[in-house]
Design a binder for this molecule. Structure first.
Ligand code: ADP
Ligand code: MG
Length: 680
């Protein structure tokens, strides 16, 4: 078997399973083997009941002494049971699995894995996995947990991995040259891949992970360095003149620029008059006014006789931009043209002709603007909005639609400056770190669940005054069914607690249309309180919603909390964000404190970086940072630095990767930035 073989060569992969694997981006055996676990269940440490920590996943051995009891609560059946070891007893709870009552045999020992939680006044282990322990029980093991899709269970993925590893038997190609592995103390590739899936020892796991993280970051850095040097060699940049026109442009805006916007604009002007080709990233929280800055740069470019283009990730966003650019630019006599995938053939032909003959001065669109067949007469500025949604290659494709085109990319996701400097290796960075005046601060508080009665009264009061609220309950890891149950259950509870509110929920199992209907009625004010999990994208803007209540807030990343909070505070009324958490660890407290003290995405992301120490590996899911397959840009900063040094060293030694031992690398890097999205 070879790495490039289709996954269907593996036993047990039929047509349907193959389709599901494709949804995970797995086409070949190598793709499968580089589908790394997103976390691990540590079943190797077995605790005593008396030592079970609250709110943390744990594994313990316990004996069944009495039968459990089923009880019905609305649409749910609860099964409760007490289990024992020599240090004591603990309650166990399952939802809608009534058969658990009799499937566990009295007198037998079982291995339970779950979280001890305090809910509705009881402390019990909720929905544990459980496994009967045979006579030759040799201790638990560390199990990989993979990113997955419906219809592919963890067990199935684990079996496939085992099978693929066995079949490949160490035959994966090593791409890193020996000198590099020696110098940076990196494990061999096959060893690393085996041990990332099924670590044999702790050291083996760390070595494996280091190697794979290094490899990923090293390839990325090398590709970015190469891209940068090609960019730098492109030649002389277009020099814009007529600074007076830029001032005229400012008068088109219905507001005065903030100091931060002025500073960033000055940096752009500096680039665009210097004779070099601009490659600039503008970072700023949602609403900080990035688009306004881009619009001015475009206006100035157009006044200099060039065209400007802006690419947005979705059709909705592109339309929105086109509408606002038209409002501001058409009075100044500028023609704005929208290019999206949904145009009719005739419209498309007409608009492409306008782009080609230069009548379209400002071109706005989706990916449609970088397709073949889109020819500009004289493109001077290429803008990419929401940079993180595009690949590195795509933004350069837009710039390649003209000669020596200036590039401006914009992103709303704040990442710490140190990281940005490394990651956007090919870009200069500008930061808008100030919101336009008049925005209201969102009042954020962090409380524990004893405050629920007060929170409910607070919601009732605001709903009575005509406002609306979002309630977020956490996802239950890996179990969509349970997750739906827990959302339904919580919704039922809220319906009781909030008798004067219209409560509804959306969840991941709903049909798109059903979801849309509920969201629409929330937007129309027909629902007062909307309960959901974060996986449900509440892609609507409801300025009347002024409360964001987040349950089990400690389970979310800071970046995610920041984004959730951003859904309120969009209207004129004062808004509130309430974070509920019973976790009392120092880090959890610190995180909650950060949220209550800051509304600045950058401060929050810096803090996130500090609070995630290298110590906490097992069981941590990362949120909101680059979707690299294995590297975590917060935790792996030291490896990132090494990888960067190594990439520089490689290119110093062999600039065009011509040496024999660098051929496998060359092949890998050639395709590296194509399809790759640097999620940020
Ligand atoms: P971003 O793209 O950074 O999310 P936008 O440029 O879309 O932000 O601006 C968000 C909102 O703020 C828009 O309605 C815009 O008109 C407004 N805005 C931008 N800059 C200012 C400013 N300096 N003063 C007042 N309002 C502004
Ligand atoms: Mg924007």
């Amino acid at each position: 078997m070879r790495g490039q073989d289709a996954v269907s060569v593996l036993k047990g992969v039929g047509e349907q399973r193959e389709k599901r694997l494709h949804r995970l981006g797995i086409v070949t055996v190598e793709d499968l083997l580089t589908h790394y676990p997103r976390e691990y269940k540590d079943r190797s440490e077995i605790l005593k009941i008396a030592d079970l920590p609250p709110d943390e996943p744990a594994t313990f051995l316990a004996q069944i002494k009495e039968e459990g009891q089923n009880s019905r609560h609305g649409r749910l059946v609860y099964t409760r049971m007490k289990v024992y070891d020599e240090t004591g007893a603990v309650g166990v709870l399952w939802y809608n699995q009534p058969y658990m009552k009799s499937s566990l045999k009295i007198g037998e020992w079982y291995l339970f894995s779950g979280r001890l939680q305090k809910k509705y006044g009881r402390t019990e282990v909720v929905s544990p996995e459980c496994e009967r322990i045979g006579e030759n029980f040799a201790g638990g093991r560390i199990l990989p947990v993979y990113p997955s899709v419906e219809g592919l269970s963890q067990k199935m993925l684990r079996n496939l991995m085992e099978e693929a590893l066995k079949e490949m038997s160490g035959g994966m190609q090593e791409e890193l040259p020996l000198w590099l592995r020696k110098e940076y103390h990196l494990a061999e590739r096959n060893f690393a891949i085996e041990n990332i899936h099924f670590p044999k020892t702790e050291q083996g796991f760390y070595d494996a992970r280091k190697r794979l993280v290094f490899e990923e970051l090293f390839l990325l850095q090398t590709a970015l360095y190469q891209l940068k040097s090609t960019l730098e060699e492109r030649g002389e940049g277009i020099r814009l003149k007529k600074k007076k026109a830029l001032q005229d442009g400012e008068t088109l805006l219905p507001f005065a620029l903030t100091d931060a916007q002025k500073r960033v604009l000055a940096e752009i002007v500096q680039d665009m008059t210097s004779g070099k080709i601009m490659n600039r990233l503008v970072q700023g929280d949602v609403g900080s006014g990035k688009t306004a800055v881009a619009l001015l740069a475009a206006y100035w470019t157009i006044q200099n006789g060039y065209q400007a283009a802006m690419m947005a990730p979705t059709e909705v966003l592109a339309r929105q931009h086109a509408a606002s650019f038209r409002d501001l630019l058409e009075p100044a006599g500028i023609t704005v043209v929208l290019l999206t995938g949904s145009l009719t053939a005739k419209e498309k032909r007409e608009r492409l002709a306008q782009v080609a003959d230069g009548t379209a001065q400002m071109v706005i669109g989706t990916h449609a603007v970088i397709q073949k067949g889109v020819e500009f007469q004289k493109l001077g500025l290429a803008i990419t909005d929401e940079q993180h949604r595009f690949g590195v290659r795509q933004r350069s494709t837009l710039a390649e639609k003209g000669e020596n085109v200036h590039t401006l990319v914009m992103t709303a996701t704040p990442i710490p400056r140190t990281l940005a400097l490394i990651l956007y290796g090919d870009l200069d960075i500008s930061i808008i770190d100030e919101l336009p005046p008049g925005r209201q601060k969102i009042d954020t508080s962090a409380v524990d669940s004893r405050y629920h009665p007060r929170i409910y009264a607070f919601i009732e009061k605001h709903v009575a005054a005509g406002r609306q609220a979002y309630v977020i309950c956490p996802m239950i890891e890996e179990n969509e069914k349970l997750e739906v149950q827990s959302v339904l259950e919580y919704t039922a509870e809220l319906t009781e607690e909030l008798p004067h509110c219209r409560v509804a929920c959306v969840h991941g199992k709903m049909k798109a249309k059903e979801k849309q209907t509920i969201m629409d009625s929330f937007a129309a004010g027909e629902i007062d309180v909307l309960v959901s999990t974060t996986v449900v994208e509440v892609g609507i803007n409801v300025p009347n919603a002024t409360i964001m209540l987040i349950e089990n807030a400690e389970r979310f990343g800071l970046a995610q909390l920041h984004q959730l909070r951003g859904r309120v505070g969009r209207g004129a009324e004062k808004s509130y964000c309430i974070l509920v958490s019973d976790t009392k660890t120092k880090v959890a407290k610190e995180r909650m404190k950060t949220m209550t003290e800051s509304e600045d995405g950058f401060v929050i992301s810096e803090k996130d970086l500090k609070l995630r120490g290298p110590g906490e590996f097992f069981g941590i899911r990362q949120h909101g940072l680059p979707e690299l397959k294995i590297a975590d840009l917060c935790r792996d900063l030291p490896i990132l630095k090494e990888a960067q040094a190594a990439a520089a060293e490689l290119l110093r030694k062999d600039r065009n990767l011509e040496q024999m031992e660098h051929q496998p690398l060359k092949v890998r890097i050639a395709g590296y930035l194509d399809g790759k999205r640097l999620e940020m």
